[in-house]
Design a protein around this ligand. Structure first.
Ligand code: SF4
Length: 408
């Protein structure tokens, strides 16, 4: 399990992987042929710095299980190249496949050629550690010996093979998805069995983390509900379960249903994308503003009790909500246990035509409200130390550079 540094920044063996997956935009996959290729030019700010002295541990730590069981070694938006496919492959065979080793080699040779620099928040946000400064023994060994085969199994499973969700946010999908029976559901069961077989077949005390989910909602998905309610965490005391959720179903009732992993909760990430009910109705289609904040209170209490080990809020910045970024920071003053607020730029996950997407992409310099976006980014509320800027950072820096005195 990754530890926190004094300033709360994730560190440890999975620190890099977790920060990437925290920032992963909600994904949609099966309805469009190129859904794995979101808008490539997500940022207009060029990222041309050399990465030859940098390191990223993600491909040695992370197994990202995507729609139809396609397996990757990082978020598909940032590093789309697959390394295998479940259930045809096992976790073990995918983990050290030729493709997996090729990706790791591209990190070690400093080219990062499979990574999308403009959208990876660690590259765009200049957060990759220098390889000379790596002290973690496992990572040090990888660098020093040039290891492209991972010598230990995945530590971080991102479960994103089911996109079932109780909401249908426009930035993510065009319609509500719920897979609860039939051949598609059975296939999801086979994929999930591969993961359980690899990571939870026998009781153990090895650290292993599950992020549920980058593709929908952990409680809005039958297959993920079954996973979460079936594990008795006492058999895997070092296992951690992270929740990436819209928060609407994170109720006391569901909290009771996952009592078996009560002591294994890691992070809870709640996507909100608004600071008013009117905007929330647009950006989080099908959500329930009142229930959300009731559940936020529950999570805040659990965080204060130490049962939830980290509590973060996510916000996909787009035309509909950029003016409410400062408002969100003010709203969260009532939730002191929130550790971080993560901003990220809206991506086109094939849910919009190019023309539609241009109207949502407030970060484009040809957007008619782009100057107003920069003005909002200078709002004093956004100086909060709880903000992780990710791929919005270049715009924040640009805004401050044009009027630095406002932040002070
Ligand atoms: S895209 Fe590359 S650099 Fe970015 S997190 Fe993934 S592996 Fe690391």
């Amino acid at each position: 399990m990754a530890a926190d540094t004094a300033d709360g920044v994730p560190s440890g063996v999975n620190g890099v992987a977790e920060r990437v997956l925290q920032l992963k935009p909600r994904v949609v996959r099966q309805h469009r042929p190129f859904a794995y290729a979101p808008d490539l030019a997500n940022s207009e700010v060029p990222v041309d710095r050399s990465l030859s002295d940098r390191f990223c541990a993600t491909p040695w730590e992370t197994l990202d299980v995507r729609f139809r069981g396609v397996v990757g070694a990082c978020c598909p938006g940032y590093l789309p190249k697959p390394i295998g496919k479940l259930p045809e492959d096992t976790v073990e065979s995918a983990w050290n496949s030729e493709a997996a080793q090729e990706i790791r080699a591209s990190i070690l040779d400093g080219s990062f050629r499979h990574c999308r620099a403009a959208v990876c928040p660690l590259i765009a946000g200049d957060s990759l550690p220098k390889r000379d400064e790596i002290t973690d023994p496992y990572q040090r060994d990888i660098i020093d010996r040039g290891l492209v085969r991972a010598e230990r199994p995945p530590r971080f499973y991102n479960l994103s093979y089911d996109e079932s969700c109780n909401l249908s946010c426009p930035s993510c999908r065009t319609r509500q998805v719920s897979v609860t029976s039939g051949p598609e559901y059975e296939q999801l069961g086979k994929i999930q069995s591969r993961i359980v077989d690899a990571a939870l077949a026998h009781p153990h005390d090895e650290p292993v983390e599950f992020n549920v989910t980058g593709s929908g909602d952990p409680f809005g998905s039958r297959i993920f509900r079954e996973f979460l309610t079936s594990v008795d965490g006492r058999s895997w005391p070092s296992a951690r379960f992270h929740f990436q959720t819209n928060g609407v179903l994170f109720t006391r009732r569901y909290w009771q249903r996952i009592a078996g992993i009560r002591n294994n909760i890691g992070r809870v990430f709640v996507s909100i994308d608004a600071a008013t009910p009117e905007t929330y109705a647009l950006t989080r289609r099908g959500g329930h503003w009142g229930q959300l904040w009731e559940n936020m209170r529950l999570i805040d209490d659990l965080r204060r009790e130490g049962i939830v080990r980290r509590f973060q809020v996510f916000y996909v910045v787009q035309t509909a909500n950029y003016r409410e970024m400062p408002g969100l920071i003010h709203l969260l003053e009532q939730f002191p246990a929130v550790d971080w607020v993560n901003f990220s730029l809206i991506s086109n996950w094939a849910t919009f035509s190019d023309e539609e997407f241009r109207t949502h992409a407030i970060w484009r310099s040809d957007h008619p409200q782009f100057d107003d976006f920069l003005r909002v980014l200078r709002d004093p509320a956004l100086a909060s130390k709880r903000i992780f800027w990710g791929n919005v950072l270049p715009y924040r820096e640009r805004a401050l550079a044009s009027a630095p005195s406002i932040e002070a």
